[in-house]
Unconditional design. Sequence first.
Lengths: 337, 337
Amino acid sequence: MKRPTIRDIALRAGVSKGAVSLALNGRPGVSEETRRRILGVADELQWRPNSAARALSAARADSVGLVLARPARTLGVESFFFQLISGLQAELSTRSVALMFQVVEDQAAEIELYRRWSSEQRVDGVFLVDLRVDDQRIDLVERLRMPAVVIGGPGHHGGLASVWADDAAAMVSIIEHLGALGHRRIARVAGLPGLLHTERRTTAFHEAAAAWGITAAECVATDYTDEQGASATRDLLTGRTPPTAIVYDNDVMAVAGAGVAAELGVAVPDDVSLVAWDDSPLCRLLHPPLTALARDTFAFGERAAKTLLTVLDGEPPADVEDQVPVLVPRGSTGPPR
Amino acid sequence: MKRPTIRDIALRAGVSKGAVSLALNGRPGVSEETRRRILGVADELQWRPNSAARALSAARADSVGLVLARPARTLGVESFFFQLISGLQAELSTRSVALMFQVVEDQAAEIELYRRWSSEQRVDGVFLVDLRVDDQRIDLVERLRMPAVVIGGPGHHGGLASVWADDAAAMVSIIEHLGALGHRRIARVAGLPGLLHTERRTTAFHEAAAAWGITAAECVATDYTDEQGASATRDLLTGRTPPTAIVYDNDVMAVAGAGVAAELGVAVPDDVSLVAWDDSPLCRLLHPPLTALARDTFAFGERAAKTLLTVLDGEPPADVEDQVPVLVPRGSTGPPR
DNA sequence: CTGAAAGCGCTTACAG
DNA sequence: CTGAAAGCGCTTACAG
C-alpha cells in the first residue's frame, strides 16, 4: 500500500535501480526491449517520481519562481499579472515545472526571498518583473548564478535573458491616433517613476509629441493606483489650459479618470479623449468604452516561460521581442470639440 | 565555496550531524550550551537547509497548494483571488511554507493535479475553492489523505476543515437595505449555478425577499463574466416590468450592468438601484460609485492558511466562521422613483 | 545528553 | 548494454 519506488520497479522487472532510472528518463544505456518492459512495470505500479528525491540527487527543483513586490493590500484590479501567470504555467506545465508565485511587501523582501530560494535550492530559475532603473536584482541574480528571464526589457538586464515589447513603438501609435484626430494638448498620467518601462514610455511620449508638433505634452507621475489616477485627472481637467486628451499608463487609472470626468461634467470624448495603456474587461465595460492599447499577455507569458526553459537547458540567454501592442480605438477618443 | 551542509557545521562544532539537526530544529536532545554553539556556527557559515533533502527525509514538502480551475484567458478583473493569495502567503511565510499556485482549465485537470501532487509529494496540503454542489474533490482529497481546508463552506465538506463567511446573513443585509428604501421588485444576476455559494445565496435571496413581502424576486444565472452580466441586465431592464433594483453576484457583472444602464438611458439610482457582491476599487471608481458588499479577503486568506497549518500540525479539522461581509451603501442605491 | 548509523528515493559515475 | 555502489543533505530511531 506504500507508494512504489524505483526499487519496486527494479525488483519486479528484474533489473537494477540504475537501469530503471535511465529507462524512466529516456536516456541511453538500456536496450529498447528492457526500456519497454520497465516502462510497462512502472505504469502497472502507477509509479510517480518523488519530487524531493529527484531534486536532491539531480540538484534540480523542477520549479521556477515569480515574485511580485507590491504591498499586498493594494494588489487588485490589474489583470495583467493573472494573465501573465496563466501564460507562464501553460508553458511550464508542458515540462512539469511548477511555478512558485509569491507576493511580498517590497524589493528588500524580494531580494531576501531570492537568497533563500537560492540557498534552499527551491527553484531552478526566476522571472524578474517591474524592472527599475539600475535594478539591484540583476546583479544579485547573476551573483547567485540563478538562471533568470527579465520580463519587460530591453536593455539594462546584464547578461540575463529577456522578453519585452516595444513600448516606444506602441506610444508612437497612441500619439499618432490622437494627433491625427487633431489633438494638440495631450497629457499623460504616468506610472511609477522608478520603473524602467515608465521611463522608456516617457521618452517616447515626448519624442512622438514633438514629431507631431505637440508642444503641450505634460507627464504626471503616479503610483498606478486609482486614487492618484483620479487626483491627477482632476488637476489636469481643472487647470487653466486643460488637455484635450489624456493617456494613462494603466487601465485602472484610466477608469478612475473617466469617473472624474463624469463627476466634473467633462464630456468624453467631446471635451477630453481618454486612452488606456493595457486593455482589459474593465475598459470594455465602461460607458463609453475606452480606447486601449491591447497586448496578448497570456502569449507573452508563454514566451517568457519558453525562454527560461531554454536557459535552464543550458542555451545562451536570448533576447526575445514580443509583438508590438495594438491600439484598439473605441468610444473614448474622438476629435477635440 | 560550496554551500555549507550540516556536515560542515558538525565538523566545525565538533559534534555529530544528528546533534546539529536537533539543535537547528529546536528539538530536545542537546544541551543548551552545545545548541548555542551549533547555532553560532550555522550562522557563521550562513547555513540554510536544503529543502529537497529536508523534504525527502522528513517526508514533508513545506509547501501547500492552491488550484484555480478556470479557463485561463477568462481570468481577469476579479481581485478576490489576488487578495486571498496575498493573505494566504502572509500567514504561510511565518512558517516558511511555500504556496504552489496553479491555474488549470477545468476540474478534471485540477483533480489530475492533486493526484500528481500527492504521489510526487509536492505539497503537504491544499486549499479547495469554488466548491460545487456534490463536489468530487472532497472525496478525492480525503481518499488521498491529503490535508485540506475548504474555503467557502459551510457544510458539504466531509471531514475536512473549512473557513467560510455567512453568505445568507450577508444577503439578508442587502435585501433589508433595498427593502427599507422601498424596493418591491428586486432581481438578482447570479453566478454559476453549480457553485455551492451561489445556491446558498439563491436560497437566502428568496427567503429574505419573502420576509419583506417582495414577490417579484427573480434570479438570472450567469457564468460570472461581464458579457453575461451585461446581457442579463439588458434583458431585465427592457422587460415589461423591470426591477427597481438589481443585485449582482460579483463586481465585474455589476460594473457591466451599470454600463448597460447608462447605455439604455436608465438612471442610477433613480430608475434602478445596483448592488455589487464583493467590493473592489472597480466599484469605487464608477460614477456613481456602487453600493457593495465588502469583506476583508486578505484577512480571510490569513485565517484559511492558519487553519491549514493547524491541520498539518495534527490538530482535528476546524470549522472557522469568518466575519459577515458588510454592506457599504454608496451612490448606486436609493429609493425607487 | 550525545554519537554513529541507517534510511528517505532518486541520479550518476564507474566497472564489467 | 547492464549492475552494483556511492552519494545528494537531511532526519530519526537506536545505542551508549
